[in-house]
Ligand binder design. Structure first.
Ligand code: ITT
Length: 196
């Protein structure tokens, strides 16, 4: 069976492919299609945005679609950058610039900078729609550490660990992360409902 993962983010793709690797499903991402697909993420929550990505891409490609809307919520920043995590440092944002901005914004606060990653994972096949959430708690440190993962991983110290989520193995991240929790839940629901 073929499923489209409505993402252009290869870091997410690698993690989600791994989660579905025990099933007989082929997961393509938007990078595998010639269509120029750009879903405007104007929802007010991770769930709204994830469902919007899944439904719009399903409508265009007429294939079952899964999607992910995720981000980082920092307590002292009133849960910013939240749904704006990808573009935190502006239109020309990069992971590097976003991380720099986060470090700067947190300089005026005392440690620990408690935070969590949130992931909403959604599914649409044109008839059925599902959305679930996973969370990953930790804190933000003031200097980047590690080369694995993507995005804010070098600044994120998961609760109970002394390595950042860019220093732990991809296998471990994919057991404990927000994305792992959300997509494992979604996978179970898809199997239970015989949708995959
Ligand atoms: P798609 O919309 O194409 O899926 P995106 O990167 O724009 O890709 P989002 O809108 O969901 O994805 O933004 C998520 C951002 O949150 C992402 O770019 C990272 O900066 C951050 N993020 C999410 N999950 C993360 C993770 O596991 N590790 C580090 N940073 C993460």
């Amino acid at each position: 069976m073929e499923i489209v993962f409505a993402t252009g983010n290869n870091g997410k793709l690698k993690e989600v492919r791994e989660i579905f690797s025990d099933l007989d499903v082929k997961i393509n991402s938007l990078n595998d299609f010639k269509e120029n697909i750009d879903v405007i993420e104007d929802g007010k929550s991770f769930e709204e945005n994830a469902l919007k990505k899944a439904e719009e891409v399903q409508h265009l490609l007429k294939l079952p679609v899964i999607s992910d809307d995720s981000g980082l919520e920092v307590e002292q920043l009133n849960r910013a950058p939240g749904i704006y995590s990808a573009r935190y440092s502006g239109e020309d944002a990069t992971y590097e610039k976003n991380n720099q901005k986060l470090i700067e914004e947190l300089k005026k606060f005392q440690q620990p900078h408690l935070a969590k990653f949130v992931c909403a994972a959604a599914f649409s096949d044109g008839i059925n729609r599902l959305v679930v959430r996973g969370e990953f708690k930790g804190q933000i440190i003031s200097e980047a550490r590690g080369k694995n993962g993507f995005g804010y991983d070098p600044l994120f110290l998961p609760e109970g660990l002394d390595k950042t989520s860019a220093e732990i193995s991809s296998e471990l991240k994919n057991k404990i992360s927000h994305r792992a929790k959300a997509f494992n839940k979604l996978k179970e629901m898809l199997i239970e409902n015989k949708l995959i």
